[in-house]
Design a protein around this ligand. Structure first.
Ligand code: PEP
Ligand code: MG
Length: 536
């Protein structure tokens, strides 16, 4: 039995024989132009297929690849190598030249761009094939292009495994959208087992077990049955209120970072969006989105949520999420540098454009604006000053807008939690970003693997800061929510409710488990959990 660990790509447990995916060979004399035209048509057709399944966000992956394959820079790179080389050789060399420099960069988004270029190469070379799979197979590949993922025979493929790729890569996104359990970023050992080797794939845990022994197989069969039963129980709760057994209502909202996640939030029964991460509009492109593009995106979320609250966080880049087109100044400690609201202070025009788009969109629903990484009252006052200027501009231009959209802040720094009483007088609401609050409280960078044992939101120091935040909010009577990962953990959620948190916002997939836990508990249970969390 061999356990190979990777990252969770798409949840679900499956057992089955593995089949190695081998790309087709790359010969042929078709001209570059013919190959290119065929690839454009191919990507366009794949995009249309996804749109027909209501997967517009995922379809955009193929729109981008269609543009990339038609890019004159690619044609020029291939043509410059045409003499003395076959067409496939010239394509391989050109793709290497374009992708390799991006693959060497630390920025995951630029590396994602490199995998798009490689995917375009695979389509040009005609390397893609639809593998012949026995029913119930687990497909193991070094890499799968988005096109190959979409072309998998869904009736036979039980799960998929790739050596390359990350949880945020296109293959994982598509596997989640198509409901195929997946593990990505595995060690090379995954490629060493022959076809037919029995295996277990746990997409949640990011684990592939080759040649499992009997006891392990039995354990996973049980685990799968338990997961299926839990899903059925939680599905039955979707239309029911989120409340303790003695009737204390808690708002369960969803965190989303794309339009397709808004759909997932609605299906999961979210009563609102507690955190719309607007970074999706700004990353993976070469210039910032214009006001109208942002306006249209915010309005579509509001329309989808039909009057339910949508808390939109202003741009939160910097730290581990740099913008390629506005790189940060060189910083020895990016998480202590110009991130969140500080980035907006450095680029105030970007912030004003976003505020304009938000205030215009606020006419179409219950939009609330939330500021990330506030450390001092001066940060909030600066943002309020910008808001006032934007309101004046919009009024002067006669544009339709709603200037009084609630303006709240994230509590992500210990300073903000400690000063919550002062901040409460100036903010419409608080939402605790427990992911950052934990890393700053415990002085442990959330992205450093060696510190994983020191970094946890489920820590008494973090709960005490949250309790201080709730106490600080009381004088002004504003509500406190939590939108970090802590809110989506059923036991932590109980403690948060006991500490007086009114809204819990989490990944859509966590809503069912948290609701189930709350409905099975009294408010006194929650209060006890809150006290224990602060003292343990
Ligand atoms: C947080 O810090 O808890 C949070 C929700 O923001 P992000 O994870 O996007 O930094
Ligand atoms: Mg944060």
């Amino acid at each position: 039995m061999i356990e190979v660990r990777g990252a969770g790509g798409a949840p679900g447990i499956v057992t089955g024989p593995i089949v190695l995916y081998r790309p087709a060979s790359t010969t042929g004399t078709t001209s570059f132009v013919d190959r290119r035209d065929r690839a454009v048509a191919y990507f366009t057709a794949l995009g249309e297929r996804l749109r027909a399944r209501d997967l517009a966000d995922e379809a955009a992956i193929f729109d981008a690849q269609a543009l990339l394959v038609a890019d004159p820079a690619l044609a020029a790179a291939v043509t410059s190598r045409a003499s003395g080389a076959s067409v496939p050789e010239a394509i391989c060399a050109a793709i290497d030249e374009l992708a390799a420099p991006l693959e060497a960069l630390p920025d995951p988004y630029l590396r994602g761009r490199a995998s798009d270029i490689r995917a375009v190469g695979a389509a040009l070379l005609g390397e893609e094939r639809s593998p012949d799979l026995p029913p119930g197979a687990i497909l193991v590949a070094r890499d799968l292009t988005p096109a190959e993922t979409v072309n998998l025979p869904l009736s036979s493929v039980a799960g998929l495994v790739t050596v390359l790729g990350s949880a945020t890569g296109h293959t994982a996104i598509l596997a989640r959208a198509l409901g195929i359990p997946a593990v990505v970023g595995l060690g090379e050992e995954a490629l060493t087992a022959p076809d037919g080797t029995p295996a277990i794939l746990d997409g949640q845990a990011g684990l592939l077990i080759l040649d499992p022994d009997r006891a392990t197989t039995a354990r996973y069969v049980e685990l799968r049955a338990a997961q299926q039963a839990a899903t059925a129980r939680r599905t039955a709760l979707i239309g029911l209120p989120a409340e303790t057994s003695d009737g204390r209502r808690i708002a369960l909202w969803a965190n989303v970072g794309s339009l397709s996640e808004v759909k997932a939030a609605i299906s999961a029964g979210a009563e609102g969006i507690g955190l719309l991460r607007t970074e999706f509009l700004f990353l993976q492109r070469s210039t910032p989105p214009a006001e109208d593009e942002q306006f249209a995106a915010y309005v579509s979320v509001l329309r989808m949520m039909a009057e339910r609250p949508v808390v939109v966080r202003t741009l939160d880049v910097g730290g581990d999420k740099p913008l390629a087109y506005l790189p940060p100044a060189s910083e020895p400690n990016p998480f202590l540098g110009e991130r969140g609201i500080r980035f907006s202070q450095r680029f105030p025009d970007l912030f004003r454009t976003q505020l304009r788009a938000l205030l215009r969109a606020a006419v179409y629903g219950d939009l609330r604006i939330m500021l990330p990484m506030i450390a001092t009252a001066a940060d909030l006052d600066w943002a309020r000053g910008e808001l006032a200027a934007v309101v004046d501009d919009l009024r002067a231009s006669g544009t339709d807008f709603r200037g009084e959209a609630p303006f709240g802040i994230m509590i992500e720094t210990p300073a903000a939690a400690v000063m919550a009483d002062r901040l409460a007088a100036r903010a419409a609401f608080f939402s605790v970003g427990s992911n950052d609050l934990a890393q700053y409280a415990l002085a442990a960078d959330r992205t450093v693997a060696q510190l994983a044992g020191r970094y946890s939101g489920d820590d008494p120091a973090v709960y005490r800061l949250i309790a201080m935040t709730v106490a600080g909010s009381r004088g002004a009577g504003i509500s406190v929510g939590v939108c970090g990962e802590l809110a989506g953990d059923p036991h932590a959620a109980m403690a948060l409710v006991g500490l007086g948190v009114a809204e819990l916002s989490m990944a859509p997939g966590s809503i069912g488990a948290v609701k189930e836990q709350l409905r099975a508990s009294t408010f006194a249970d929650a209060e006890q959990a809150g006290r224990r969390a602060c003292s343990s």
